[in-house]
Design a protein around this ligand. Structure first.
Ligand SMILES: [Zn+2]
Ligand SMILES: [Zn+2]
Ligand SMILES: [Zn+2]
Length: 138
């Protein structure tokens, strides 16, 4: 079975990891580095940092999740995210995606709490409550 067959039949089997790697600031400019472990390039100053976090790797390897196809509980066993794991019961291939980390900020105009995915650098967002646009920087 090829990957294409899987997608046509039922879409890829995916689960979200519950283990988040730590948010790390750039050692050079203190901006936020892209989330994850390994070599990361700072989006703000271009510095390259090698981020290692053994506790996160261990938790990734030991993380349990239920197969979305047959509900069997599997241990991931892979020390990185995303990871591809074969189900021992239905032999489906499951993609374990990185955890989506969201941070909470308050709209400067109406103080409504907004949750967004941190991305390095500045960007303009529009508050869904008061439709005011403002800039956020991580
Ligand atoms: Zn930097
Ligand atoms: Zn399964
Ligand atoms: Zn607002």
């Amino acid at each position: 079975m090829t990957d294409e067959d899987v997608e046509v039949e039922s879409g890829p089997l995916e689960v979200d990891s519950d283990v988040a790697p730590p948010l790390i600031n750039c050692p050079n400019c203190d901006g936020m580095l892209p989330l994850g472990l390994g070599m990361k390039t700072c989006a703000l100053c271009g510095a390259v940092a090698n981020i290692e976090h053994e506790p996160t790797r261990k938790e990734w390897a030991n993380e349990r999740f239920a197969c979305p196809n047959c509900s069997k509980v599997l241990v991931c066993g892979v020390r990185e995210r995303p990871a591809i794991v074969a189900c021992s019961s239905c032999s489906g291939e499951i993609v374990v995606k990185s955890k989506v980390v969201k941070v909470e900020i308050a709209c400067p105009s109406c103080e409504r709490r907004l949750r967004l995915k941190p991305r390095p650098g500045s960007r303009q967002i529009t508050c869904p409550a008061c439709e005011d646009a403002f800039k956020v920087t991580f």
